[in-house]
Design a protein around this ligand. Structure first.
Ligand code: ZN
Length: 443
């Protein structure tokens, strides 16, 4: 994907302003569609020509040309070739910039000793789109009411209607026009107005990934929280499986197969959008109600790797684990977690990530701190030491919540048992009032 828009906006002196991307679907007329295709082809050719120029300069003269040189050649080219000059100049520069970035990351990988992929010539099918910067420079987006739908005006192409919605409006910084699976999309980069979102309640909650549910958790006042997997997920999965089968039934290279592949890609994209929307909404609800949100640090790799079992326990949990794996991968926990985190931070709340290995939430009793391993199939936590019995996921969420609020797996006043287990699960941990994570990995 094109990743060069972030630095095209003016950096804010005060802080790390968060840029957001929002995608609208474009509805060009037949004539506009032809113009968009022509523009896409021109950018693809420019990209390949610029790559060719870099390669041959190096081969013939051991000359290394950079972005500035190529911009100068572009200016010269535009003077000589009216068909080049017909397209927006800064948009063409963005394409050159993208090539420059492909080279920069190639050299970075070489330096790091990773497998470097040399920048490649791109076929039209693999060419994702073209970018614009400077709102008003050859393009203008007019959002509809509350940023729902709107219209895009492109110089030389005209006005196109857009469907979609930004969750939050802002200053329009840059855009990309993207072509994928037969559809045109506009990806806008917005700098949101800083609204300090207010919370409607100041609760504290710990959340855990569930097996039957998507998320399960518990609040400071003991209220259980459960978020079910959305029902449409099953239907969507079935639909996608059916479309996959349809593709494999069609003859290779046939038009029917191409059509089926496109249908499959569209269904996948629709499912992804629906899922993202669902996760956004649920994350917002959590952030709205809680001043502190704690979760176990996430390692999908750990959670999904060992379905086949180990030497001692050869695949005894295969069925449960395989199911868990699918659900986990389906709902993209890393994405969900980062959405929750940044919404919590946005409302000025605190985010705490519990060190799973040290704290062992699923093996520790929130009542007394006793540690005991339980296999994944055991769904209930029943403590032999203090008699506490509750659903497994909720018990481990309570351990995380206690850790976040009190710095220990048990609430204050609980019997001291870390002596009994011989380990202090909090040793070396950063103490409570935990490090709200200041980094924000959500773009
Ligand atoms: Zn106990």
């Amino acid at each position: 994907m094109i990743a060069d828009v972030a630095d095209s906006s003016t950096p804010d002196a005060r802080s790390t302003r968060r840029l957001r991307k929002v995608t609208y679907r474009l509805y060009p007329t037949a004539r506009q569609e032809a113009e968009l295709q022509r523009t896409l082809r021109a950018h693809q050719q420019l990209y390949n020509a610029a790559l060719e120029e870099r390669i041959s300069a190096w081969r013939k003269k051991k000359l290394s040309i950079g972005y500035a040189d190529q911009c100068a050649s572009l200016t010269a080219l535009r003077r000589e070739l009216p068909e080049m000059a017909a397209f927006n100049c800064s948009s063409q520069q963005m394409t050159l910039r993208r090539l420059a970035q492909a080279f920069a990351s190639f050299f970075r990988r070489v330096k790091a000793g990773d497998a470097p992929g040399f920048p490649r010539f791109k076929s039209l099918e693999r060419f994702p789109g073209f970018s614009f910067k400077g709102h008003g420079d050859g393009w203008r987006f007019t959002p509809g009411k509350d940023w729902k739908h709107g219209s895009l005006r492109l110089a030389g192409i005209g006005q196109m209607s857009c469907r979609g919605r930004a969750r939050q409006g802002g200053r329009i910084c840059a855009s990309q026009v993207l072509y994928r699976a037969g559809e045109w999309h506009l990806s806008l980069t917005l700098e949101p107005e800083r609204i300090e979102r207010s919370r409607s309640a100041d609760g504290a909650i710990a959340l855990d990934w569930g097996v039957q549910t998507l998320l399960t958790g518990v609040s400071h006042d003991g209220t259980p929280y459960e978020l079910a997997n959305p029902r449409w997920q099953q239907t969507d999965r079935a639909r996608i499986t059916a479309l996959q089968q349809a593709v494999s039934r069609k003859q290779r290279g046939s038009l029917r197969r191409t059509a089926a592949i496109r249908q499959l890609a569209q269904a996948r994209a629709r499912q992804a959008r629906k899922r993202l929307d669902f996760l956004h909404k649920e994350a917002a609800k959590i952030a709205d109600a809680n001043a502190l949100v704690a979760m176990e640090e996430l390692s999908v790799k750990n959670m999904t790797a060992s379905a086949a079992g180990s030497l001692e326990e050869p695949g005894r949990n295969v069925a449960q684990k395989a199911g868990l794996n699918r659900e986990i991968l389906d709902t993209a926990p890393a994405l969900f977690m980062s959405l929750i985190r940044y919404k919590v931070m946005e409302t000025g709340g605190e985010w705490a990530e519990a060190p799973t290995r040290r704290l062992k939430p699923s093996q520790t009793c929130p009542g007394c701190g006793e540690q005991k391993k339980k296999p994944l199939a055991v769904r209930v936590h029943a403590c032999e030491a203090c008699g506490l019995t509750e659903p497994r996921d909720r018990a481990s969420a309570r351990v995380v919540l206690n850790w976040a609020l009190h710095g220990a797996p048990t609430a204050p006043g609980a019997p001291e048992t870390s002596r009994r287990t011989g380990t202090d699960p909090m040793r070396g941990a950063t103490h409570a009032k935990f490090h709200p994570i200041l980094r924000d990995s959500v773009e």
